[in-house]
Structure formats: C-alpha cells, structure tokens
Design a protein around this ligand. Structure first.
Ligand code: BDR
Ligand code: CA
Length: 306
C-alpha cells in the first residue's frame, strides 16, 4: 500500500476521509491542524476515530493549534459543537505522539524518501511549517493532494474556501514551494461529492458500524449544507482522498500556477494564472471535473463493509 500522511482539522467529513484513507493506504501518520473546531476537539476526534475503527497503532501528531497569523474562526455550525455532528464521543484512551507534526512530516519524508504522499484536507499550516524548517522535503515527498480553494463560489467568504481562508499564508508557502500538487477545489466537490437524500437513506439502511458512524457524524453537516442550497451533505475531504487513491476519478484538470490572496476582503481567494501570464515553472494540477459515481461507489463500498 502507498504510504501517506493524513493532515486534518478533524471534524465530520474529515473522519470519513480518514476512514477511507485507512482502507486505501498505509497511513503512517495523522497530523492535526487548527481549522474546523476547537483544537482539543479535533485531537479527540482524530484519536477516537482511529481507536473506534481498530487503528490505534496509527500515530497521531499534534501540530499548529492556530494558523500562521492566527486570524480565523472555527465553524461549529457546520460540524456540530465538538465537530462530530450528533455523535457524543468518550475521551479516547489513545494518546498523541510526543513529536510536533511538522517535525514528524520531515522525519517521515526521510524514512519513506520518494514514496511519501500527503493528503492535506485541512489548512496547510503543518506542511508550510515543515517546509520552512526543511525545504528539502520537497524532493522527498512524492505528492501532495490538497482539498482547498474555490474558483469563484467561496464557502467561507464570497470568494474564499475554508481551508485556504483559515491559513492563506501557509497555502501561499506550500503552493510556491515546488511540491507535486493536485488541488481539488470546493466547487468540484460540491458537484461530485454531495450525498443526496436517496443516497443518505441508502447509507442509513446499510446498518454497519461504519454507516451508522457516517450518519451520526455528518447529520449537522447535512443540515448546514442544505441550508446553503446544496442537495445534501457535501464531502470534499472524502472526494480528495478517493481521487488520490484512484486518479481516474479526475475527468478533467488543468495545470496552472496557483497563488492565494493574503489580504483584504478577498483574503484566502485562490488565484489561478489561467493564461500563464507569470510564466512560472511552479504549477499545480487543478481538478475541474470529477466522476461522482465512481467516487460514490468507493464510498458505499467502504461504508457497507462490516
Ligand atoms: C473544507 O473545510 C472544512 O470545513 C472541511 O473539513 C473541508 O476540509 C471545505 O471547505
Ligand atoms: Ca477538513
């Protein structure tokens, strides 16, 4: 199995993306970063999810408990008070490791030199800090998969998607560093990773531990998504991880230089150099169309397993 680090602001859809990652990859570390809900809740959510599904051996590394500039707000209205929708979780007995997440990224990139991939479904603070400390990780990390950015339909401000908005400085650092990057932007996830009412019922009736967990942790997300006009709960992190596993889910993509706005009303906006005006060699692949049915097939398969 491919070696990956799962970088997460663990809440609702992040936990499902984690479950998918454990199924598809050899997860050599989970790194937690500030984003969705209170940091201590994110830590518990990550530890609990691993423990609950029998993956207590997977190490959890604590990272940045705030973005670089520290300007952000958590979004409990999207994920539930503690980030697990309506699921009340006990305090996990699993403990995090004693190494800072960014240092773990550096160390694991040495251990799995040329093999390691990063599944970044969260603000990019941990990865940016790792890069600033040791820029040579770019040569050792095979691939970075990023859920982030919006073309025009921001989910946090008019123009900004949440992960880029929480830490645009970190996103800027990562996008200019020369990693081999694929970005799955917000609109693509809305199109391809919305679980409709019929699909929701189908998952409810599976009756497995995993499907029950899915329903409980995503109930608040579903209500929130619907309140914004979506046809059901939207699962950006799960889609990104599944795309990383099976690239054929990418139906269309472009390779462009990507930057992020760091100031003013458009802070967190994704800036795509569509016409190659910057002549930059550093480009990222941006997914522009994804195969929704293929993604859902994987999701249903994983959730229906006993
Ligand atoms: C992203 O923001 C978070 O709320 C989700 O976990 C996802 O990673 C979507 O914009
Ligand atoms: Ca996330």
């Amino acid at each position: 199995k491919r070696k990956v680090i799962f970088d997460t602001d663990t809440a609702s859809d992040d936990t499902i993306a984690l479950l998918l990652s454990l199924e598809f990859f050899d997860v050599v570390g989970v790194t937690v970063v500030a984003g969705n809900v209170k940091y201590e809740n994110e830590i518990n959510n990550a530890l609990f999810t691993l423990e609950y599904f029998g993956y207590s051996h997977v190490p959890v590394f604590l990272g940045a408990s705030r973005p670089i500039r520290g300007i952000w707000r958590t979004v409990e209205e999207v994920h539930g008070e503690k980030g697990m929708g309506r699921l009340d979780i006990p305090k996990p007995s699993k403990k995090p490791e004693n190494i800072f997440a960014s240092d773990a990224i550096i160390e694991l990139s040495k251990k799995y030199n040329g093999e390691l991939e990063i599944l970044a479904v969260s603000p990019l603070t941990n990865l940016a800090l790792a890069y600033l400390k040791d820029p040579s990780i770019v040569k050792r990390i095979k691939k970075v998969w990023i859920m982030g950015g919006a073309f025009t339909r921001g989910n946090t401000t008019e123009i900004a998607e949440f992960n880029f908005w929480v830490d645009p400085e970190a996103a800027e650092i990562v996008l200019k560093s020369g990693f081999d990057i694929t970005i799955v932007p917000w609109e693509i996830t809305e199109e391809a990773a919305t679980i409709t009412d019929d699909e929701w019922s189908r998952i409810s009736s599976m009756g497995t531990k995993r499907s029950n967990f899915f329903i409980k942790v995503n109930e608040v997300l579903r209500e929130y998504s619907k309140s914004t006009g979506a046809k059901g709960s939207v699962h950006p992190d799960s889609l990104t991880v599944t795309i990383a596993y099976d690239n054929s889910i990418i139906l269309e993509s472009v390779k462009k230089r990507v930057d992020v706005e760091v100031c003013g009303k458009s802070r967190g906006a994704m800036l795509v150099d569509w016409y190659d005006m910057t002549k930059s060699d550093i480009k990222a692949e941006i997914v522009t169309k994804a195969d929704s049915s293929k993604f859902k097939k994987y999701l249903f398969e994983v959730l229906s397993k006993a």
